[in-house]
Design a protein around this ligand. Structure first.
Ligand code: KIV
Length: 302
C-alpha cells in the first residue's frame, strides 16, 4: 500500500467505513490477478471479469471459520448453498433445509468476509409457485443475514419469482441443468440435458434469465459443449459445476474439494486434500494421548 492509501485506510477505519471500500489484504494474499488494494467483489466485478476473460472462482461456505479462510484465499464468490442440508446436517437431499437455517449459515459467513460476494440459496419451498412468498423469503435473507444476493433453481417456471425479487433490488443468480431441489422429479443425479429437447429448453432458460436481469447463472452437470454454447450466448457470467472448462468460472462444494465428504466421488470433482483422513488421524492421536495421560503435559497446564 502507498502512504496515501494507508492514510485513506486509517481515515475510513476511524469512520467505520473501511469495510466498504479499500481493503488492505495485500499482506494476506496477492494472487496474480489481484490488485494490491482489493476492492469488494460485486455483481459488476463478475461481469467485468467475464468481459476481460478472467475466470471466476466460487466455493460453498456455511460457517464463520471456513468463510474467513476462503475469503482470505481470494475466492471471489462464496455460496451459502442449500447443500448445507447434506454436508452440514446429514440429510439425503437439499429439500429439508429451512429458511431460518439458511439465514443462520449466511449470517455466520457474512460476519467472516471482507472481500467476497456472498450469495445465498433460497431453499426448497420458499419461492416456487408464489412470487410474493419468494420476495419475502429473499428479503428475510438479505435483511437478517446481510447477504449480497440470492440464488434460485429453475428458468421459465420460476420467472415470476425472479422478476419480483429483482424489482425489489435484490441481485439474483440463476441455476440450471441438474437442479438438486427437483431430484424427485429427475429421479437420479445423472448428467442433464444430453437430449436435444432438454438442451434446447436449457438454452432458452439461460437467455430468459439473462433478459430478466439475473447477474449470473450456475450450470450444473451438463455436457461441456452445451455449457460452452450457453456461456458464449449470454453476456452474464456462467459458472459451472460439472459443466466443463469453457464457461466463465467454476464452483465446488468446499467439503468435497477438501476431501471431507469421502463417499461423494463424481467425475467432475478434483480433491485438493484428504481431510477426512487427516482429521481422523488427528482425533486418534488425541484419543491416545488422553488415554495414556500424555496430554496435557507440564507446558500445557497452569
Ligand atoms: O447448494 C450448492 O452447494 C449449490 C452448488 C452445488 C452450486 O447449489
Amino acid at each position: 500500500m502507498t502512504k496515501r492509501q494507508q492514510e485513506r485506510w486509517e481515515y475510513l477505519k476511524s469512520h467505520g467505513e473501511a469495510d466498504t471500500l479499500l481493503l488492505p489484504c495485500a499482506s494476506i494474499c496477492t494472487p496474480r490477478f489481484m490488485n494490491k488494494d482489493v476492492k469488494r467483489v460485486t455483481v459488476h466485478t463478475l461481469r467485468r471479469m467475464k468481459e476481460a476473460g478472467e475466470k471466476i472462482s466460487m466455493l460453498t461456505a456455511y460457517d464463520y471459520s471456513f468463510a474467513t479462510i476462503l475469503d482470505e484465499a481470494g475466492i471471489e464468490v462464496l455460496l451459502v448453498g442449500d447443500s448445507a442440508s447434506n454436508v452440514m446436517a446429514g440429510h439425503e437431499t437439499t429439500l429439508p433445509i429451512t429458511l431460518d437455517q439458511m439465514i443462520y449459515h449466511a449470517g455466520s459467513v457474512i460476519r467472516a468476509i471482507k472481500r467476497a460476494l456472498v450469495v445465498v440459496d433460497l431453499p426448497f419451498g420458499t419461492y416456487q409457485g408464489n412470487s410474493k412468498k419468494a420476495l419475502s423469503s429473499a428479503i428475510r435473507i438479505m435483511k437478517e443475514s446481510g447477504a449480497h444476493a440470492v440464488k434460485l433453481e429453475g428458468g421459465e417456471s420460476v420467472q415470476q419469482s425472479i422478476k419480483r425479487i429483482l424489482k425489489a433490488g435484490v441481485p439474483v443468480m440463476g441455476h440450471l441443468g441438474l437442479i438438486p431441489q427437483s431430484i424427485y422429479k429427475f429421479g437420479t443425479y445423472v448428467v442433464r440435458a444430453k437430449q436435444k429437447e432438454e438442451a434446447d429448453q436449457l438454452k432458452k432458460d439461460a437467455k430468459l434469465l439473462e433478459s430478466i436481469g439475473c447477474f449470473a447463472i450456475v450450470l450444473e452437470k451438463i455436457p461441456s459443449e452445451l455449457a460452452a454454447e450457453v456461456a458464449a450466448s449470454v453476456k452474464i457470467p456462467v459458472i459451472g459445476i460439472g459443466a466443463g472448462n469453457k464457461v466463465d468460472g467454476q464452483v465446488l462444494v468446499t467439503h468435497d474439494l477438501l476431501g471431507i465428504t469421502k463417499s461423494f466421488k463424481p467425475r467432475f470433482l478434483r480433491r485438493y486434500l484428504d481431510m477426512y483422513t487427516d482429521i481422523k488421524v488427528a482425533a486418534q492421536s488425541y484419543l491416545q494421548d488422553v488415554k495414556s495421560g500424555s496430554f496435557p503435559d507440564e507446558s500445557e497446564q497452569y
